[in-house]
Design a protein around this ligand. Structure first.
Ligand code: ATP
Length: 382
């Protein structure tokens, strides 16, 4: 394990920036710390760098406890959002700075700088000053400078945050390719989920000083672990209802959710991604939520439908492929039936879950319940 963080906490005055955070970063991984502003990402990165001291907990690098090491004694490179290049030094002097500080012999510095200039594809610009470079070029120089002393870990704090969207996108691709070439263990902070998902092998989602979920981009997107992760990633339908003994009532509809069979009675939130909302013209098995089309947006590769449920008027969004959409007549005002696939349900009142108050009954206790997440139209059943 390249970096191992164990139970790290940090407060600034009364503000808790990190609350018992633990994280493993395997060798060679490119890891994104993703979360809203103030969630503690930068604080965690700075503690790993040795630029901030944790109140409690430990940081290990290659099994060595580095918790009390200064930044200089850690084998880490750091790239900040705002370049932080020395304005009065040329590009070559900036890149070689860390090596000069370490009193590396001049010929070796020259060789390493040449090597890095090739790596960042800026050969020929050694003698320019930072002011004579574009924002993207400056950030590549900052990266070369961080890599000069061959760190074991590279830490990047919103490295593309100050750049415009197009340059950001180019640099993301470039950084991913660079990482494939040099494989240095890297952690980067971002609040941009697209950036995290495109670049990282693993994404760490942070919220209010804690880690909410760790996983591959695919795992996080397909299987968000908490309501916060669902909401933060966006592009999701959210329904409020009540859960009773493994049955979630949403308006006139009931879903069977056996994973919550121990919940006696609690408010709950259900999340469904728009591409998991299946639209049919006729009611059928599992496709029984009646809804009315409000708007059809067919620009781009997918068709997006804005619908309202007929039972309680709440909005929902469905996404269809162009091919699926041609099988249906999709126009505002048309009534359709929707089936919700892969519904994730979170009881809102955790104290009402099994264990403490009740002995959780066996799933078979749910009696004649329909299969997982099947939708039952109570109006039709009664
Ligand atoms: P952002 O994306 O806005 O940089 P973040 O997730 O990186 O946010 P942190 O910078 O780690 O969050 O900050 C977490 C909290 O700790 C914030 O509320 C911040 O104001 C506070 N904080 C961070 N550094 C200090 C400091 N040196 N002194 C006081 N409070 C601080």
């Amino acid at each position: 394990m390249s970096i191992l963080i164990k139970d790290v906490s940090k407060t600034f005055g009364n503000y808790r920036a990190l609350d018992n955070v633990s994280l493993e970063v395997p060798d060679g991984n490119l890891v994104a710390l993703l979360g809203p502003s103030g969630s503690g990402k930068t604080t965690l990165l700075r503690i790993i760098a040795g630029l901030e001291v944790a109140d409690s907990g430990t940081v290990l690098q290659q099994d060595e406890d580095i918790t009390n090491y200064s930044a200089r004694d850690r084998k880490v490179g750091f790239v900040f959002q705002h370049y932080a290049l020395f304005r009065h030094m040329t590009v070559a002097q900036n890149v070689g700075y860390g090596l000069r500080v370490r009193k590396t012999p001049k010929p070796q510095i020259r060789e390493r700088v040449d090597e890095l200039m090739k790596l960042i594809r800026l050969e020929g610009l050694q003698d320019r000053y930072p002011s004579q470079l574009s924002g993207g070029q400056r950030q590549r120089v900052a990266l070369a400078r961080a890599l000069a002393a061959q760190p074991e870990v590279l830490l990047l704090d919103e490295p593309f945050g100050a750049l415009d969207a197009k340059v950001r996108q180019e640099l993301r691709k470039w950084l991913r390719k660079l990482h494939e070439e040099i494989h240095v263990t890297s952690l980067f902070v971002t609040h941009d989920q697209e950036e995290a998902f495109e670049l990282a092998d693993r994404v760490v989602v942070m919220n209010q000083a804690r880690i909410e979920q760790i996983g591959t981009p695919d795992e996080i997107y397909e299987n968000p672990a908490t309501p916060f992760v669902y909401s933060f990633l966006g592009n999701v339908n959210l329904f409020h209802g009540r859960i009773r003994r493994g049955r979630l009532r949403l308006g006139e509809t009931e879903l069977f959710v056996p994973e919550h069979v121990a919940v006696k009675d609690a408010p709950a939130v259900a999340y469904v991604r728009p591409h998991e909302v299946k639209v049919r013209e006729q009611a059928g098995e599992g496709a029984n939520i009646a809804a009315t089309i409000q708007r059809v947006n067919s620009a781009g590769p997918l068709v997006q439908l804005e619908l309202t449920r007929n039972d309680d008027g709440s909005p929902l969004t469905a996404q269809l492929s162009k091919e699926e959409s041609t099988q249906l007549s999709l126009e505002p005002g048309v009534q359709v039936y929707v089936e919700l696939k892969n519904v994730r349900v979170f009881p809102e009142d955790k104290s009402n879950q099994g264990g403490g108050h009740e002995i959780a009954p066996d799933v078979s206790d749910a009696g004649d319940a329909p299969p997982l997440c099947a939708v039952k139209d109570l109006a039709a059943a009664s």
